[in-house]
Design a protein around this ligand. Structure first.
Ligand code: AHG
Ligand code: MN
Ligand code: MN
Length: 322
């Protein structure tokens, strides 16, 4: 089986980009080890702190953030980083070319129940002559990403990675510590009979999403004339991985539960990298109003609605939003 670096070099990635990706993955291997140790690692449970978004931080959120942040800043490969668990962007090497945004631990509510969690990352180039301390360098649409990926800490540790030439899946060989290529070009089936949504928010959704989901639930007796299955992992990495493996529609739509926070998922750390992976595997990623990768961000912690997955099913969902 082929190791990650030669595959990336064949895709035309620069030595610097490959080194940056390997640097991120070095931290992910350590997170994978700690997650795998479970209660023995002493990192389950919550801290007493909240992040800038008002969410209680789990010990693993803080640890994962520290591991990735330290290794990236030490490496010299990054001009700046933005993390879900950092209040502000952090400046790195002023001469470096890359900027990285990341969700150090996605699915934190799963940490204490031995369920799926992962790390999501997105790599862009900093604008020429930009100031490493200026958060404006992150205000670029997701279509500017030169690489995006996630590492899923499941029964096996898997990496989904795109550098713009398809989406590849690698599996961590824990005996040697290498990510080995296990699926060359992931292809999301265009049609599906499976969807993922947190249905407990149903009464707070907009009419378009209420109508769409009602038609899925009506199954073979409804307008869709076929039955749909539902799954919800509470970790976007887990749900998107399933979509990459066998198709499906995943959505976290707008809701009115908290009028100050209509959306849940973050553009820079979650929506953008997942949108690139999904599009590169033949799927679609949209908010209901616009293609996710076209959004011009106005804040590093900005949140958006997300509808992604099998092409034909996302298109059907979008017809309800017109
Ligand atoms: P995080 O753990 O990084 O805060 O992200 C959790 C996100 C996403 O991964 C998941 O799909 C969603 O929040 C789950 O939300 P609910 O708890 O509302 O189901
Ligand atoms: Mn997350
Ligand atoms: Mn997180």
């Amino acid at each position: 089986m082929r190791r990650l670096p030669p595959v990336l070099f064949e895709d035309g990635c620069s030595r610097e980009l490959v080194s940056l990706i390997r640097t991120i993955l070095a931290a992910c291997k350590e997170i994978s080890f700690r997650v795998g140790q479970g209660a023995l690692s002493g990192v389950l449970g919550s801290t007493l702190d909240e992040n800038i978004q008002g969410e209680t931080q789990k010990k693993l959120d803080v640890l994962s953030n520290q591991l990735i942040k330290d290794i990236l800043l030490e490496s010299g490969y990054v001009k700046a980083i933005a993390s879900e668990e950092e209040d502000y962007t952090v400046a790195g090497n002023p001469d470096a070319k890359f900027i990285v945004s990341f969700d150090p631990l996605d699915g934190s509510s799963n940490t204490d129940i031995n369920s799926l969690v992962g790390t999501i990352f997105s790599i862009m180039e900093a604008p020429e002559g930009s100031d490493p301390a200026d958060p404006a360098i992150f205000m670029q649409p997701g279509k500017n990403q030169i690489a995006a990926g996630y590492v899923l800490y499941g029964p096996s540790t898997t990496l989904a990675l795109s550098t713009g030439k398809g989406t590849r899946i690698f599996t961590l060989d824990k005996t040697h510590g290498s990510f080995l290529l296990t699926e060359n070009f992931a292809k999301i089936p265009e049609d599906t009979q499976e969807f993922a949504i947190n249905a407990s928010n149903q009464r707070h959704w907009q009419p378009a999403m209420k109508d769409y989901i009602a038609d899925l639930l009506a199954g073979s007796e409804g307008p869709r004339q076929k039955n749909f299955n539902m799954r919800w992992i509470a970790a976007m990495v887990g749900d998107v991985h399933r979509v990459l493996c066998r198709g499906g529609l995943f959505t976290y739509p707008a809701d009115t539960k908290n009028p100050e926070k209509p959306y849940k998922l973050r553009l820079l750390y979650e929506a953008n990298p997942m949108a690139m992976l999904v599009e590169q595997a033949g799927g679609l990623a949209h908010t209901g109003e616009t293609r996710i990768l076209d959004i011009e961000p106005n804040d590093i912690h900005q949140r958006v609605a997300v509808i992604l997955g099998s092409k034909n099913e996302v298109e059907t969902c979008l017809t309800y939003h017109k």
